[in-house]
Design a protein around this ligand. Structure first.
Ligand SMILES: NC(=O)c1ccc[n+]([C@@H]2O[C@H](COP(=O)([O-])OP(=O)(O)OC[C@H]3O[C@@H](n4cnc5c(N)ncnc54)[C@H](O)[C@@H]3O)[C@@H](O)[C@H]2O)c1
Length: 362
């Protein structure tokens, strides 16, 4: 199974399993990179690199560059260290970077590649579910600015994305769940039938998971193909991320809070966005209840106190979809149908947080 994005602006094939390794080696043969730099984090070096190295056939010099694992290292300091290593190892404009890791490695490694010597080629090999279905596809690269998510970055397409679900065998169940949040998001914004299929994930086999990943990639790729620069349709992929990023940022730097996984914060953000959709976009009440219960069955309620509300709302102003001082949300009219650029009054922001924090599942 593979999917080629089709416009001239976007030329990033997403390839799966055996075909992907074949394409990777053909690419090396055709391009003859002067050297290959594989960026890994501490975990993917140990768990994923040994699965990839034996599959690579090339005469080019291969170097491995390791960064610390975790969102707190997705910053410009890590980039600087990697740029220095590239420079010391005499990387040139014909060098190639392979990002082997989760969304942190693909976001940061893509940014490092897109800016080193004004841009060198890179390939993504995602190793988490989240990176397979979302982060590695679409060409958004970047880093956080202190606790503010993804404030610095560029959109540059990888040469290809190689998806091999073998990597998922070592991923924790919490990280698998985190990836599921983006799969569920693709259902909510684009397809009721895909949403239904994804919510039955507990009963699904590895083969079903393979298909689910393929469909998710396809949903994202189609959106990105139509609107690569995020002028309109691509904004729908941010559904749940307005509050999601604010909650993630708040928990990342508050010493009294446990760090959240990206998908956990996005799940909370999607519930709040569904509530705002019910209030402002005629999203049906029964769907609001159903979606809230379903998301809470996968992602336990995050403890956000009333006295955290203002700080979380303050962080909304850094969302990248904002302009002219307004905070804009993506809302749902229905499952599978979105509205973009929705302005939400302040009182509803608090109401949305209250709806989430006070929801009783029983
Ligand atoms: N660019 C985009 O379009 C986009 C979209 C969604 C999310 N993101 C970004 O993605 C990031 C989150 O990605 P993530 O959830 O993959 O986080 P991550 O990269 O931090 O990976 C999660 C953890 O799993 C470990 N890991 C990775 N692969 C493993 C494997 N196969 N086995 C065992 N452990 C493994 C990592 O070392 C890390 O500790 C966030 O920074 C988010 O902003 C980007």
């Amino acid at each position: 199974m593979f999917y080629f994005m089709s416009t001239e602006a976007i030329q990033a094939p997403v390839l799966y399993s055996e075909k992907a390794y074949e394409a990777l080696n053909t690419y090396f043969e055709n391009i003859s990179p002067s050297s290959i730099f594989i960026i890994v984090d501490t975990n993917t070096r140990e768990l994923c690199l040994p699965l990839v190295l034996p599959r690579i056939e090339t005469d080019a010099r291969i170097e491995v560059i390791e960064m610390d694992a975790g969102e707190e290292f997705k910053n410009i300091h890590t980039c600087t260290s990697i740029w220095k290593v590239l420079s010391e190892l005499e990387a040139d404009r014909k060098s190639l970077i392979i990002n082997l890791g989760g969304g942190v490695v693909t976001d940061l490694g893509g940014f490092v590649a897109s800016t080193f010597k004004r841009g060198i080629a890179y390939i993504n090999i995602p190793t988490t579910l989240l990176a397979m279905v979302d982060a590695s596809v679409g060409g958004k690269t970047g880093v956080d600015l202190d606790n503010l998510k993804n404030q610095i970055g560029v959109i540059t397409q990888p040469e290809m994305v190689l998806i091999d679900i073998q990597f998922l065998s070592t991923l924790s169940s919490a990280e698998m769940r985190s990836g599921l949040a983006e799969i569920l998001k693709h259902g909510l914004i684009a397809s009721r039938s895909y949403w239904k299929k994804a919510t039955r994930l507990q009963d699904l086999t590895m083969d079903d998971l393979d298909d689910l990943i393929g469909e998710s990639v396809e949903i994202k790729a189609q959106v990105v193909t139509k609107d690569p620069r995020e002028e309109n349709l691509r904004k729908t992929l941010n559904f749940g991320h307005t509050f999601g990023h604010a909650i993630e940022s708040y928990f990342l730097t508050n010493p009294k809070k446990d760090k959240l996984l990206h998908g956990e914060a996005v799940a909370a953000g999607m519930i709040i966005a569904c509530y705002l959709s019910y209030k402002l976009a005629n999203f049906p009440r029964q769907d609001l209840e159903k979606v809230t219960k379903t998301l809470l069955s996968f992602f336990p309620l995050i403890k956000i106190e009333e006295n955290d509300f203002n700080a979380v709302i303050d962080l909304l102003k850094y969302d990248k979809k904002n302009s002219h001082g307004n905070i804009y949300f993506v809302l749902l009219r229905n499952i599978g149908a979105c509205e973009i650029d929705c302005n939400v009054p302040d009182n509803l922001l608090i109401e949305g947080l209250r709806y989430y924090t006070n929801f009783k599942t029983a």
